[in-house]
Write a new protein. Structure first.
Lengths: 221, 92
């Protein structure tokens, strides 16, 4: 954990530099031929989605480890990752409709990808509400919820390939031309590094809270 | 010959149903009225949507970092207070 904490300033500095440069790289990238300017939202929308899905996997894995071994560190990591799923998921759910309004003519469509992403986001909101208001024993129940939320991630990812709907398939990002791929990869790295730094910091907060609880118990004794 | 008791009631129900069906049908006809195209400009503009998307991302991330920093500060401050209380109670 100490090694991870030492990495935080480095991760924050590198991701901040990438975020500072990203607007220039994105504005220099060519406009997409059918969507035009609105397609530029892609360079933040997709990396935010990737960060949210990665965090969901981390939460699911940590929740599984907590259910198996009941290690406090696993629980702290699960809470931290769940919070990041909610934050980055919210970014996806706001930037997506802003893009859709111009590209599809509607703010929202109850098609597979959008609906299942919303459901996954709500599952992790439920995780946080459970931890906040669930009382004793909510850590175990929330871990089960976190595991369930992580299982939804492959459905979110592959839904657009299985059911051909309005949302572009996953092959779009893989087959970008170089002038679009460079700003996309820059943005993706920035989001993932920033997400990693936030996870480490958030785990530190959970550890501090657990230590505080133990300290209060020691005072009462 | 006795009139069937339900007949006038059935007529009334049918009449009400017809009026209720006619209302939305009339409304639909008005909404679907033919209006000639007069060369209106595109109503949905891309730049405000792109600006709103990027602004939201920046605001959300900065707000989260700020809230996280405050929460950590509060907990660590409280932890320092509690630790000093525990230290104060230890026999010298």
């Amino acid at each position: 954990m100490r090694t991870a904490q030492r990495l935080v300033p480095v991760l924050l500095l590198v991701s901040a530099a990438m975020f500072a440069y990203a607007p220039y790289a994105i504005s220099a990238a060519p406009r997409e031929s059918t969507m035009g300017l609105i397609q530029k939202i892609f360079y933040f929308h997709v990396p935010a989605a990737a960060t949210a899905m990665f965090s969901a996997f981390v939460c699911g894995g940590a929740s599984g480890a907590y259910l198996w071994r009941r290690r406090p560190m696993a629980d702290h990591l699960a809470v931290a990752a769940a919070e990041l799923v909610v934050v980055f998921g919210l970014i996806v759910l706001v930037t997506g409709p802003l893009w859709a309004r111009k590209a599809w003519g509607v703010w929202w469509q109850w098609e597979v990808r959008l609906t299942i992403t919303l459901v996954m986001w709500l599952v992790f909101v439920a995780y946080l509400l459970l931890r906040r208001f669930g009382g004793p024993g909510s850590d175990v129940l929330a871990a089960a919820v976190g595991l369930f939320g992580a299982v939804l991630v492959p459905f979110v990812y592959w839904s657009v390939n299985v059911w051909r709907t309005l949302h572009p398939p996953t092959t779009v990002a893989i087959n970008l031309p170089p002038e679009m791929m460079h700003p996309f990869l820059l943005s993706m790295c920035a989001f993932l590094l920033f997400g990693t730094a936030l996870t480490i910091v958030r785990v530190r907060l959970e550890r501090a809270r657990a230590t505080l609880e133990d300290a209060w118990l020691a005072v009462e004794d | 010959m006795r009139r069937r008791a339900g007949a006038p009631r059935r007529w009334r129900i049918s009449l009400v149903a017809a009026v209720l069906a006619l209302g939305p049908a009339t409304l639909w006809a008005r909404q679907q009225g033919m209006v000639p195209f007069q060369g209106q400009q595109e109503t949905v503009s891309a730049p405000p949507l792109v600006a709103a998307a990027y602004a939201f991302v920046w605001v959300a991330l900065i707000a989260y970092v700020f809230l996280l920093w405050r929460r950590i500060g509060r907990v660590e401050h409280e932890l320092a207070d509690v630790r000093s209380k525990i230290e104060g109670r230890k026999p010298r």
